[in-house]
Design a protein around this ligand. Sequence first.
Ligand SMILES: C[S@@+](CC[C@H](N)C(=O)[O-])C[C@H]1O[C@@H](n2cnc3c(N)ncnc32)[C@H](O)[C@@H]1O
Length: 403
Amino acid sequence: MTRRHGFRRGDWESAAVRLDEIICAHSGEDPFEEALKLLVAKLAHEMDAPATVFLARRRDDAAVGEVNRLLRAAGERWRGVLEPGAATRLNGPTLMRCASVLDGVRLLENDMVGLDAIFEFMVTKAAKGQKGQYFTPRHVIGEVVAMVRPAAGECVVDPACGSGGFLRHALRQSPQCSVWGFDQDSRALRVARVMLAASGQTTARLMRVDSLRRPERRRRAGPASVLEDLMRAQEPEFRGFDVVLTNPPFAGDVGSEYADSYELARGHTVERDVLFLERCVEILKPQGRLAIVLPHNKVGAERWAYLRSWLLERVALVAVLGLGRNTFRPHTSQKACVVIGCKRPKPMRHFCDEEILFFISERDGKDHRGRLVYAPDGGAIDHDLAQATPLVRRRFELVQGKV
Ligand SMILES: C[S@@+](CC[C@H](N)C(=O)[O-])C[C@H]1O[C@@H](n2cnc3c(N)ncnc32)[C@H](O)[C@@H]1O
């Protein structure tokens, strides 16, 4: 017999597990689809009502009508977020059970960290077997975007955008930049659409594509399935991105399909993050700025020395930020770092006098169970990455003047 999940109020992951459990136990419906609709209805409710009680005191049959009314309102407010005519497939009692999990919480509050955590659980569960789908914590994204500083008019991309965290922060930092998100997972893209819409950011353009498929594979893949083609269809003058911000998947089978098309894969067994690194450098304009989350071993392990040489030839590194082990908990305790740099106009072999800022985070804003840790005054998340931000910005100015 499976054990019922002990739901802990106020714990987002626990809320996600409980919603999933209720939907699976009381309906034969797809838990991702039904939870997504329910959360969109809840967001629409929060937009109009300061109260936090969702579906309060409704009779079971009235709950279905109310959720569908909210979904219609959401469909009108946030075009493209829901299928036309989307309606809940859950019955009244199941909706009321789900609503009780969401009572007392406001998803729009606190930079939507709760909503993000619920979506992360749903997307990773839906993509189980596909490793490395973990979203970057929003406080890490916020600092990285503040370091790289996308500017008005710049073309910014996340080629593995997941729930769109980097895109939202780029637009928040600079509403006039042109923001593009690509992901091969349609569910992740739907979540990104909801997150962007709920935060009032409607200019980001999101598309489904395998970002690792390179132009030279175009003929085999068909006309619209390469990122560059999708971009040129929208922006005929497209010649590359000014800024790439991403946390690509770390693991997963690459398959021989790509092996011969990537320099870094020739003669080496690699995982997807290595291909993404090469692809990110490829899609950047000369002097474009890059921030990519990578497994820690890429900056330290002897095995990856060839990768570091390859990268240093093409990118003037500005900084490497070592993230704490709790950063991606509760999903994984894998150590990761953010590699930040500026693409050289041409590969360069002699760069021995360049300085790189190394910063090791000692307060990662989460505890060993992956729960956010707040500063003693209860306000902001307790992390130390902000200390590196002015240093990285200064180094960017120096490096950009030189490359
Ligand atoms: C680690 S998650 C990161 C999500 C997001 N960048 C963030 O930091 O929150 C990686 C994302 O890459 C997507 N992905 C994996 N392989 C991909 C591919 N070949 N092309 C496009 N997206 C891919 C996954 O669906 C997932 O959403």
